[in-house]
Design a protein around this ligand. Sequence first.
Ligand SMILES: Cc1cc2nc3c(=O)[nH]c(=O)nc-3n(C[C@H](O)[C@H](O)[C@H](O)COP(=O)(O)OP(=O)(O)OC[C@H]3O[C@@H](n4cnc5c(N)ncnc54)[C@H](O)[C@@H]3O)c2cc1C
Length: 356
Amino acid sequence: MVRPGVIHADLNNELAPYNLFFPPDPGSSLMCTVGGMVANNASGLRAVKYGTTEQYVLGLEVVTPQGDIIITGGMKSRAIKNVSGLNLTKLMVGSEGVLGVITKIRLRCFPKPRARGIAMAVFDRLDDAPATVLDVYQAGILPSGIEILDGSAIKAVNEFKPHIKLPDAEAILLFEVDGNPPSVEFEGDVIKEMAGKRARLVEWSTDPKRMAQLWEGRSVTAAAASRVRPDGSRIFAGEDISVPISRVADVLRAVRALGQKYGIQVVNYGHIGDGNVHTAPVINPEDPAEVEKVLQLVDEIHLLAIEMEGTTTGEHGVGAVRRRYAPLEHGIAHEYMLKTKQVFDPKGIMNPGKLI
Ligand SMILES: Cc1cc2nc3c(=O)[nH]c(=O)nc-3n(C[C@H](O)[C@H](O)[C@H](O)COP(=O)(O)OP(=O)(O)OC[C@H]3O[C@@H](n4cnc5c(N)ncnc54)[C@H](O)[C@@H]3O)c2cc1C
């Protein structure tokens, strides 16, 4: 049982002595709360294998806007499996505070894997990166994370931290594998073989120091994106689209073209293993003309994601910025969402103007 104000990283530090962990791992781990993660259905680098927060929430205590305290997932249940009743837990997870205030969270934790390995693969053709991801899956391997940095992100990282010296390329993939030592080695061998079919360079390591070096470029990408120009700030809009893996290369090319159309730098990276790419526009927020242009760019990125059989947000949530796309994304189901909101919150006092 966890209170919603617990910081994600603190929870995992508490669980570590028991060899347990709570797998969803947002980049905001050091500052985000478990309540915020549940309300946003947050995930992160390892959603490929471990999924999103919703898979770990067994039950909730929620204070409704009408003043009731409801327990989802069974009043007294401590069961891991439970299919009784309508699943109000799932309804609450990702509801972004529009249905009630979460006051307690019953979470499922997993045993910590004993070993890790990291592979880096460097590609001269963008299309080869998603194709390799699909090859790895088809070879029966499910890495714990698969990340992409395209040319824009590689350049941003090398300018921000020159000592990292990422190879100049159209795309870099980073695979993380976890599990027991023999299975990690086996999976690493398969990834090397699959990536080797298309990549210019593949490196695999289970040495902690080398793994940290291989991963360093990815770990600083978000910070690097904000520094591609001295007066620039990264905009958190149009930054979280998610599309089928087979369309990632197309969507990245289209976003590059849109960036050129509006004269705005966009840095592309993210969780290619589940098709969730962060396309981060960078502007001077003090310049009204740039703000006007970026709003148009962001709108085109969101519409592009929907057009490419994806969504405007894979993990960061809807909030106020993406709410306007709800009817387009959900059709008549959106009307049922509004009716559900009405049942919980007839006076519309919970987070008005957000999510739906
Ligand atoms: C640098 C950075 C990196 C990020 N990386 C990731 C990432 O990798 N993956 C990812 O999924 N997200 C990411 N995010 C988005 C965000 O941090 C996460 O979704 C996080 O889980 C939100 O938690 P929070 O405590 O910051 O929530 P807040 O931002 O405070 O709240 C988020 C929403 O949840 C609602 N809420 C919060 N607590 C409750 C509660 N107790 N009951 C009901 N509603 C509540 C709020 O009203 C709000 O609508 C990132 C954000 C930043 C700034």
